[in-house]
Write a protein that binds this ligand. Structure first.
Ligand code: HPA
Length: 234
């Protein structure tokens, strides 16, 4: 039991999928896992544990942004022994060739996180994905014929950013997409010798201003879950 998770010891699997939205955690558990049961609902942040192809798996919401994700991931790793943590979420495309519905695998994350500064001082830590998960996800996406981009992303502290010059520099330097959680996930995984990956669907686009309708988001979400589960047990 922790301040934010009231699951019993043993209720959380070593492999944890991390959607931002707690209702997505429920949907993933009910759609992909067998014998899924609710193991946490403190503050409405649901966690579910079941199994996939015989492997124990937990799906737990993180909320939005790095401070919220950090609370859950710290507790999942330190109190419950999570070892493989895969974020499944959405992102905003930042390159013309990164289209709506396509998948982005975050090989590395650029960020301006104050949380990171407090840990590393003047050094710029480069949060990166676990190689075995990244490889497993790339293979799974390719086998399923899902259009996928692999590279650097930007983990932002603000959704409603107003710095057009920064967006331009990030795009110019090949940043594929923006989201708000992966840098902290990768940093915590590095700190505690865990494996982490962010599998993201492009739900909106900063250049074209298009966005996915809700039904299409659900379908793309299923693709990400499949990729994440196959990568976890590759
Ligand atoms: N900005 C930040 N986070 C996001 C976005 C965005 O445009 N889309 C999905 N997550």
């Amino acid at each position: 039991m922790t301040p934010h998770i009231n699951a019993k010891q043993g209720d959380i699997a070593e492999t944890v999928l991390l959607p931002g939205d707690p209702r997505r955690a429920r949907w993933v558990a009910q759609s992909f896992l067998t014998d899924a049961r609710l193991v946490n609902e403190v503050r409405g942040m649901e966690g579910w544990t079941g199994s996939w192809n015989g492997h124990p798996v937990t799906v737990h919401g993180t909320g939005m942004g790095m401070p919220s994700l950090s609370i859950y991931v710290n507790e999942l790793i330190k109190q419950y022994g999570a070892k493989t943590l895969i974020r499944i979420g959405s992102c905003g495309g930042m390159q013309p060739h990164v289209k709506l519905r396509e998948v982005v695998l975050a090989m590395a994350t650029t960020h301006a996180s104050a949380m990171n500064r407090s840990q590393f001082g003047h050094a710029n830590f480069a949060p990166c994905a676990d190689w075995s998960l990244l490889l497993g996800a790339a293979v799974a996406a390719s086998k399923a014929g899902i259009a996928t981009h692999i590279g650097n992303i930007y983990s932002s502290d603000v959704f409603y950013a107003e710095d057009a010059a920064l967006d331009e520099q990030l795009t110019r330097h090949g940043i594929l997409a923006v989201e708000m959680e992966a840098a902290e996930l990768y940093t915590l995984a590095a700190r505690h010798s865990c494996r982490a990956l962010a599998v993201l669907t492009v739900s909106d686009h900063l250049k074209t201003h298009e966005s996915l309708p809700p039904e299409a988001r659900e379908r793309s979400f299923g693709d990400m879950v499949q990729i994440a589960l196959e990568a976890a047990f590759a």
